[in-house]
Design a protein around this ligand. Structure first.
Ligand SMILES: NC(=O)c1ccc[n+]([C@@H]2O[C@H](COP(=O)([O-])OP(=O)(O)OC[C@H]3O[C@@H](n4cnc5c(N)ncnc54)[C@H](OP(=O)(O)O)[C@@H]3O)[C@@H](O)[C@H]2O)c1
Length: 258
C-alpha cells in the first residue's frame, strides 16, 4: 500500500472515505472531489499504476489518500481496503460502491462467464464490501453509503440484461440497507446516471451512436452527464446537507425519465 498526506479543510474534513473502482473514470472523479473537500480517501482497483497516479493527483491538489490495489471480488481485498481506512486514517465514514463491469450482449448470446463477472462484481462484491465496512460505519460517527447505479436499472435497452439487472439489485439493496442501518446513523442512497460523456464504460456505446439524434433529443438538459456531475452529487450525498436522505435513487439523467 502507498500512502501520502497533505492537509485541506472543507465539507468532508476528517471524514474517511473508501471509493471502490477509483483507478479511473467516475470513481476517480468522486475520489478527487472528496479529497478536495478534506476527506481522507482510500482508493482501490486492480490497476496499480493508475491507482497510484490518481493518488499522486490528489496529493498535488493538496489532499490525502492511500491506494490499496486488488480485485474487489476477493474477500481479502475488501478486508484490506477496510483495514487501510481504519489503520491509516482511524475509521471509516463514507463508502462509495462504484466498481462495476459491463459487457453488452442480447440475452440469447450472454455467456455464463460474462454473467458471473458482472453479477460477482456489480452486486455480490458491493454487498460484501458493504458488509465489511458496516462495523465501522455503525461505530457511532454519522456515516454514508453511496451506491453508483445506472439509469438502465429503470429504463432499459436491448443488450443490457445482466448489467442493468445487476444494478437494479444494487438499487434494491440501497432501500433495504436504508431500512436496516438508517437507525444506526448510516444514510444509504444511490446515484443513477444516464450515459456519461467522459467515463470509460460508455465510450464503446457512444462510439456506435449518433448522440444528438439517438440520445440528446430525449434529454431535456440536451447534454450528456459528466463525471463532474456525478462527483458533485456524490459529494452532496456524502456531506451533512443530505442528513435526512435515506434510500433515495438520485437520477442524473438530465430529465430523461422525467
Ligand atoms: N460510464 C457511464 O456511462 C456510466 C453510466 C451509468 C453508471 N455508470 C457506473 O459508474 C461506475 C464507474 O463507471 P466508469 O464509466 O467510470 O467505468 P470504469 O472507468 O471502467 O470504472 C470501473 C472501475 O471499477 C474497477 N474495477 C473493475 N473490475 C474490478 C475488480 N474486479 N476489482 C476491483 N475493481 C474493479 C476498475 O478498476 P480496475 O480496472 O483498475 O480494477 C475501475 O476503476 C460503474 O458503477 C458504472 O456501472 C457508468
Amino acid at each position: 500500500m502507498v500512502i501520502a498526506m497533505n492537509a485541506q479543510l472543507s465539507r468532508l474534513v476528517d471524514k474517511v472515505a473508501v471509493v471502490t473502482g477509483s483507478t479511473s473514470g467516475i470513481g476517480e472523479a468522486i475520489a478527487r472531489a472528496f479529497a478536495r473537500e478534506g476527506a481522507l480517501v482510500v482508493l482501490t482497483g486492480r490497476r496499480a499504476d493508475l491507482g497510484e497516479r490518481v493518488m499522486r493527483r490528489i496529493i498535488d491538489d493538496g489532499g490525502q489518500a492511500a491506494f490499496v490495489p486488488g480485485d474487489l471480488t476477493l474477500p481479502e481485498t475488501r478486508q484490506a481496503v477496510v483495514s487501510a481506512a481504519v489503520e491509516r486514517f482511524g475509521g471509516l465514514d463514507i463508502l462509495v460502491n462504484n466498481a462495476a463491469v459491463a459487457r453488452f450482449a442480447m440475452t440469447d448470446e450472454v455467456g455464463e462467464d460474462d454473467f458471473d463477472r458482472m453479477v460477482t462484481l456489480n452486486y455480490k462484491a458491493a454487498y460484501f464490501m458493504t458488509q465489511a465496512a458496516l462495523p465501522h460505519l455503525l461505530s457511532g460517527r454519522r456515516s454514508r453509503i453511496v451506491n453508483i447505479g445506472t439509469l438502465g436499472a429503470v429504463k432499459s435497452w436491448p443488450g443490457a440484461s445482466v448489467y442493468n439487472s445487476s444494478k437494479a439489485a444494487l438499487e434494491s439493496l440501497t432501500r433495504t440497507w436504508a431500512t436496516e442501518y438508517g437507525p444506526g446513523g448510516v444514510c444509504v442512497n444511490m446515484i443513477s446516471p444516464g450515459m456519461v460523456a467522459d467515463a470509460p464504460m460508455s465510450q464503446p456505446v457512444l462510439a456506435q451512436l449518433d448522440v444528438d439524434t439517438q440520445i440528446l433529443s430525449g434529454v431535456p438538459a440536451r447534454r450528456l452527464c459528466t463525471t463532474d456531475d456525478i462527483a458533485a452529487a456524490a459529494l452532496f450525498l456524502a456531506c451533512a446537507d443530505a442528513d435526512y436522505l435515506h434510500g433515495v435513487r438520485l437520477p442524473l439523467d438530465g430529465g430523461l425519465t422525467a
